[in-house]
Ligand binder design. Structure first.
Ligand code: HMG
Ligand code: MG
Length: 301
């Protein structure tokens, strides 16, 4: 050890990032049962849905119902994606421990994703952050397209830093840096984390990798070498951003666990229970999920 952290904290984003791009509707009761299974797996945070406009993300239009019906396990933080004040009101009613606000470092992706310029987004998120903090909630600020944008190409670390600084000044507790379209290679990760780690402590940085080109595990290794020990991942590798064409799902939680547990790093997550939850949603969606570790485990049964 030495190079690696002793413990890595995983936020399971499958019920939000995983499902948001799915054409196949998953019934509310199945979402609830699935999230309850995830709660029992030992994961410390679950992003259970998204309080965005239902027309923009129909797959999660039952966020309120899901929030009302899931069984809350003590010690697990239940968070949800929130774009504006209306979303926050609904989320507070449904029940959240954490509010995840989001915007992009790229002007064009931000516009396509939330229909506002970067400058127009700040006051909207500023209000959500303030009110969520007043309500005693943890607030995470997602910054998307931190390496590359599907519309603008390469994004400079300085552009990412500017957005992060503003969100931090407005009061977010931590920042999740999104490789939205899964283009980064480890040298880009180092180039971004170097200034980021001078801006805020490593405890407040979460890396959010999509696995479009199979680089996510390499990028997680590099992030850990830089000192990062918090990652977002999605069970089975489900997911993708509906407003980032061609982007694949998040790195699969199953694959991340295979790596971390193999390295002797603790996560608090039970592989077997997580696998059962992955098979459950795979069956509901009626398709094979991309995780290689999951496919191997299923083949052994
Ligand atoms: P808009 O159309 O500009 O909204 O959408 P508006 O403020 O002009 O309001 C228009 C109407 O929508 C109004 O209704 C509002 O009340 C209603 P009307 O008065 O016309 O009847 N409305 C809402 N209804 C329900 N819930 C709400 C809400 N807000 C307004 N929250 C908006 C702006 C942000 C709402 C829209 O663009 C939207 O919902 N976008 C979400 C897109 C999205 O979910 N993208 C995927 C998530 S981001 C992601 O995946 C990246 C991430 O994983 C990190 C990474 O990978 O990089 C986080
Ligand atoms: Mg994402």
């Amino acid at each position: 050890m030495g190079r690696w952290p002793e413990y890595v904290q995983i936020k399971e984003v499958g019920p939000r990032d995983g499902l948001q791009n799915e054409k196949q509707w998953v019934a509310t009761k199945d979402k609830v049962n699935w999230i309850n299974m995830l709660s029992e797996s030992g994961v410390s945070e679950i992003e259970y849905s998204s309080f965005v406009h239902p027309k923009w993300v129909p797959a999660l239009s039952d966020a309120h119902d899901v929030g009302k019906r899931i069984k809350r396990k003590p010690g697990v933080r239940y968070s949800a994606l929130i774009p504006n004040r209306k979303g926050l009101e609904l989320a507070l009613e449904a029940g959240i421990d954490g509010a995840s606000v989001f915007m992009s470092a790229s002007e064009t992706h931000n516009k396509k994703n939330i229909n506002k310029s970067i400058a127009e987004t700040y006051p909207v998120l500023g209000e959500v952050i303030r009110e969520a903090k007043q309500a005693g909630k943890h607030v995470t600020g997602y910054v998307s397209t931190v390496f590359d944008c599907p519309y603008e190409g390469k994004i400079e670390p300085a552009d990412v830093m500017r957005v992060c600084e503003k969100l931090l000044n407005d009061g977010v507790d931590d920042i999740s840096l999104g490789d939205t379209i899964g283009t980064a290679v480890p040298s880009q990760v180092e180039a971004l984390l170097d200034p980021m780690l001078r801006l805020l402590p490593k405890e407040k940085i979460i890396m959010h990798y999509h696995d479009t080109r199979g680089m996510a595990i390499a990028n997680i290794m590099t992030s850990m070498e830089c000192g990062i020990h918090r990652f977002d991942s999605s069970i089975g590798g489900l997911g993708g951003c509906p407003y980032a064409p061609g982007a694949a799902g998040n790195v699969a939680t199953n694959d991340v666990l295979y790596l971390l547990h193999g390295l002797g790093i603790k996560t608090g997550i039970d592989d077997k229970k997580l696998q059962e939850a992955a098979i459950f949603i795979q069956n509901k969606l009626g398709k094979i999920l991309p995780s290689k570790s999951l496919a191997y485990a299923v083949a052994q049964e």
